[in-house]
Write a protein that binds this ligand. Structure first.
Ligand code: ADP
Ligand code: MG
Length: 700
C-alpha cells in the first residue's frame, strides 16, 4: 500500500511556464471581451487608488497652508501677480507659480518658508485686518499676516478670513467622495465580471476534461487511481481559476500601482523617491527568501495532505475489513503518524508566513520613518511641501502592499502551473482508438481467437498463442486456475487492450476494423461485482434512456429479476450507496436484466455467479439458461451446472489453452480439467450442485 499514491500532486515546478500559459490562455479566448473589460476596470481602479493621496496633498498645500510667500529676487517674478514689497522682495501666490520656477526658487533659497495670508483692500475681510493692526502689516493694496500671527485670532475670525479655502476643501471632499463611489462601483463590477469569467472558464475546463476522460481507453483506468482523476476535474481546475481570478489580476494591478506610485513620487520630490527606491533591494531580498521558504513548506504540506487523503479514503472505504479484522488500533496508530506529519508541515508553513508579514510591516514602517526624516528635512528646507510629505507617507505604504501581495501570489501561480501541467498530461493522454468504423449488418455471433499473444507489459506474455472458436449460438465455458488469463480473454474480446500478435474475429471480421461502439453494443458483459449507478432501478436496467420502460420491465421479468416489483417503489426504487441495500444475488439478477434489455447477440459472463448464495442460485441458474438460449455465450464460471451444460469447455493454464472439449470428454481424458474437477467436488460425491464457494476453479 502506497499512501503517497498521488505522487504527481507533489511535483511542483516553475511558477511560470510559457508553454502551459499559452495553453491555458486558450480557455480564456472565448471570454476575451469580458476579460478585457476587467483589465480596463482594474486600470481605472488603480488610477483612482494612486490619485487619492494626491487629493490630500492638494488639500493641505492649497487650502490648509497659507497661499502667499515672499520671494527675494532682483526683478519682478514672471508669473502670477506679484506684489512688490520693496528691497527686491515680492509677495507671490504659490499656486500661481510654474513648477519649474518654484523648484528653482526653492533650491536657490530665495523663497521664504513662511507663508502669509493676504487681505485685499476694500474687501469684506478688511474689517478684521483693521481690527488687529498688531497682526496685519499693511502693504500696497492690502494687508498680510503670517501663520503665527493668525493664531492669535478667534476661530470665527479665522474661519471668515479663510472662507475661500473652506469652499475649496468642500470641493475636494466632494471629489474624494465621488472617487470613492466610483471605486466602489467599479470595484464591485470588476470582481463580479472577473469571477463570472473564472466560473465560465472552469465550466469549460471541467467539461473538456470529463469529455476526454469518457473517451480514454479502459486500460487507462487500470493505471490511474479514481481519486486522482477526480482531483483533476475539481481541485486542479479550481487552482487554475484562482490564478486567473486573483493572481493574474493582482499581478496587473500591483505592477501598475508600483509604476504609478513611483512615478508620482519622483514627480513630487525625486531625491526622497530615490531614497525609497534604495530600500527596494532589501524588500525584494526579503520577499525572495520568503518565497523560497514558502515554496518548500507548501510542497511539504501538499505532500502530507495527499498522504492524509489517500489514507483516509482507503481506510474508510475499507472500514468493513478494518473492523472485521480488528485492525482499528493499528489503523489509528498509522493515522496518528500521518496526522502529526501533516500538522508539523502546516505549522512550518504558518511560521514562515507568521514571520514574513510582520517583517514586511516592519520594513514598510521603516521606510515611512525614512520619509518622515528625509522628507521632513526637505520640508524644512522648503523643497517639499507639507502636503507632498503626507502624500509621500501614504504612497510608501501603498508601495509595500503590492510587493507583499506579489510574493504571496507566487504560491498560487506555482500551484496553478502544477495543476495545469497535470491537467494537460491528462488531456494529452491519447483517446481510445474507435476502430475502423465498420459495422456488421446482421451479427451471427461467431467468435474466433486466432493465435492470440498478449502482454500487459512488454514481453510478459499473459496469453500465449490462444486459439479457439465459438460458433453462433454456442455456449462456451472457460475454466482455469486464478491468473490463468480468463478475464484477459474477455478484455481483449471487448477491445479494452490492443493485442500484440494474432487476431480476434467477430463473424470473420477482425475486431480492430469494427467500430468500437458497435462492437461493444453487440456484447453484454456481466461481471462478478455489479456496478449500480445512483438513480433508480429502472435507470440502472436501461442505462441508455432509449430503451422503453416496458422493454426494461420485460427484460427484468425474463431475467427472473422480478423481485423488484415487490420493493416499495418498484422499479422507481432509488439505488442507495451503489446498491448496498440489495443482496449480491439481487444485484446480479439486475445485471442480467441489464444485459437482456440491451438485446445483445453475444453474452459474456465473468465469474458472474461466483459469489451468489445457494438460495438465489437456482433462480439465477434458470435465468441464465433462458438468457443464453439462442445466443453466443462465453462464460467464465465455476458453477458446475453452468460448465456442464456448456457446448464446449476451454481449459486455460498459464495463458495457454491446454484442453478443449465437453464435460464428459474432458473428464474421460483425465487431464487438468479432471484434476480441477476432482479437487472441487471430491467431497460432494461427484458433482451435485450447488457447489461451495471455495475451493473453486477460479477465485478471480
Ligand atoms: N491490468 C493489468 N496489468 C498488468 N497485469 C495484469 C492486469 N490484469 C491482469 N494482469 C495479470 O494477468 C494475469 C492474468 O490475469 P486474469 O486474466 O485476470 O486471470 P483470471 O481471470 O484467469 O484470474 C495475472 O497474472 C494478472 O496478474
Ligand atoms: Mg478473472
Amino acid at each position: 500500500m502506497d499512501h503517497g499514491s498521488s505522487h504527481d500532486d507533489e511535483v511542483l515546478g516553475k511558477a511560470f511556464d510559457l508553454r502551459l500559459m499559452r495553453r491555458l490562455v486558450r480557455f480564456l479566448v472565448p471570454y476575451r471581451g469580458l476579460f478585457s473589460v476587467c483589465v480596463l476596470l482594474i486600470l481605472v481602479l488603480t488610477g483612482i487608488q494612486s490619485g487619492l493621496p494626491y487629493i490630500s496633498k492638494i488639500a493641505i498645500d492649497r487650502f490648509l497652508t497659507l497661499p502667499w510667500a515672499i520671494v527675494t529676487v532682483e526683478s519682478a517674478p514672471g508669473s502670477g501677480a506679484p506684489i512688490p514689497l520693496g528691497d527686491d522682495r515680492y509677495l507671490v501666490e504659490i499656486s500661481s507659480l510654474s513648477p519649474e520656477l518654484r523648484k528653482e526658487w526653492e533650491i536657490s533659497g530665495v523663497l521664504s518658508p513662511t507663508r502669509y495670508l493676504f487681505v485685499e483692500e476694500d474687501s469684506d475681510k478688511e474689517g478684521i485686518a483693521l481690527e488687529h493692526p498688531d497682526l496685519f502689516a499693511p502693504i500696497a493694496g492690502g494687508y498680510i499676516a503670517s501663520e503665527s500671527a493668525l493664531r492669535s485670532l478667534s476661530p470665527s475670525e479665522t474661519l471668515s478670513l479663510r472662507s475661500g479655502a473652506i469652499a475649496g476643501l468642500i470641493r475636494l471632499s466632494i471629489l474624494f467622495a465621488i472617487a470613492l463611489i466610483v471605486r466602489f462601483v467599479f470595484g464591485v463590477s470588476q470582481v463580479y465580471l472577473l469571477q463570472l469569467t473564472g466560473q465560465k472558464v472552469m465550466y469549460d475546463m471541467r467539461r473538456e476534461i470529463f469529455g476526454h476522460v469518457l473517451r480514454l481507453p479502459l486500460s487507462y483506468f487500470d493505471r490511474a487511481p479514481v481519486g486522482r482523476l477526480v482531483t483533476r476535474v475539481t481541485n486542479d481546475v479550481a487552482a487554475i481559476n484562482e490564478m486567473f481570478t486573483s493572481m493574474l489580476v493582482n499581478l496587473f494591478r500591483d505592477a501598475f500601482l508600483i509604476f504609478a506610485v513611483m512615478g508620482i513620487m519622483f514627480h513630487l520630490e525625486w531625491r526622497v523617491a530615490l531614497v525609497i527606491l534604495a530600500l527596494f533591494p532589501l524588500i525584494v531580498i526579503a520577499a525572495f527568501e520568503f518565497r523560497r521558504r514558502a515554496r518548500a513548506a507548501y510542497r511539504e504540506v501538499r505532500r502530507q495532505i495527499a498522504r492524509l487523503n489517500a489514507y483516509l479514503q482507503e481506510s474508510i472505504s475499507g472500514m468493513r475489513i478494518v473492523q472485521l479484522f480488528v485492525q482499528e488500533v493499528k489503523a489509528n496508530e498509522r493515522f496518528a503518524k500521518i496526522n502529526i506529519d501533516k500538522y508539523k508541515a502546516s505549522m512550518r508553513q504558518l511560521l514562515t508566513f507568521a514571520v514574513f508579514r510582520p517583517l514586511m510591516s516592519f520594513l514598510s514602517s521603516f521606510a515611512v520613518a525614512i520619509v518622515i526624516w528625509y522628507g521632513g528635512l526637505n520640508v524644512l528646507r522648503g523643497s517639499l511641501s507639507l502636503g507632498a510629505l503626507t502624500a509621500f507617507i501614504q504612497y510608501v505604504r501603498m508601495l509595500f502592499e503590492p510587493i507583499l501581495e506579489l510574493s504571496q501570489g507566487y504560491n498560487i501561480l506555482q500551484g496553478a502551473m502544477a495543476a495545469a501541467e497535470r491537467i494537460f498530461i491528462l488531456l494529452d493522454e491519447p483517446e481510445e482508438d474507435r476502430g475502423g468504423g465498420e459495422a456488421i449488418e446482421e451479427v451471427e455471433g461467431r467468435i474466433e481467437f486466432r493465435n492470440v499473444w498478449f502482454a500487459y507489459n512488454d514481453e510478459e506474455w499473459i496469453l500465449k498463442d490462444v486459439s479457439f472458436t465459438v460458433e453462433p449460438g454456442e455456449r462456451v465455458a472457460i475454466v482455469g486456475p486464478t491468473g490463468s488469463g480468463k478475464t484477459t480473454i474477455i478484455r481483449l474480446l471487448l477491445r479494452m487492450y490492443p493485442l500484440q500478435k494474432g487476431e480476434i474475429l467477430l463473424d470473420g471480421v477482425p475486431i480492430e476494423r469494427l467500430d468500437l461502439g458497435f462492437l461493444r453494443s453487440r456484447m453484454a458483459v456481466v461481471l462478478q461485482d455489479v456496478f449500480l449507478f445512483s438513480g433508480d432501478i429502472m435507470d440502472n436496467i436501461r442505462l441508455r434512456a432509449e430503451i422503453p420502460e416496458e422493454e426494461a420491465i420485460e427484460a427484468a421479468r425474463f431475467a427472473n429479476a422480478d423481485f423488484v416489483e415487490d420493493l416499495p417503489d418498484g422499479y422507481r426504487t432509488e439505488v442507495k450507496e451503489r446498491g448496498v441495500t440489495l443482496s449480491v444475488g439481487e444485484r446480479q439478477l439486475l445485471s442480467f436484466a441489464r444485459a437482456v434489455a440491451f438485446k445483445p447477440e453475444i453474452l459474456v459472463l465473468d465469474e458472474a455467479t461466483a459469489s451468489i448464495d445457494s438460495q438465489t442460485e437456482s433462480l439465477i441458474q434458470r435465468s441464465l439458461t433462458k438468457i443464453m438460449e439462442d445466443r453466443t455465450s462465453i462464460v467464465i464460471a465455476h458453477r458446475l451446472s453452468t460448465i456442464r451444460e456448456a457446448d464446449k469447455i476451454i481449459v486455460l493454464h498459464k495463458g495457454k489453452v491446454v484442453e478443449e472439449g465437453t464435460h464428459t470428454e474432458l473428464l474421460a481424458r483425465g487431464g487438468l480439467y479432471a484434476a480441477l474437477h476432482r479437487l472441487q467436488f471430491a467431497e460432494l460425491g461427484g458433482g451435485t450442485d450447488p457447489a461451495p464457494p471455495s475451493p473453486s476453479f477460479s477465485e478471480g
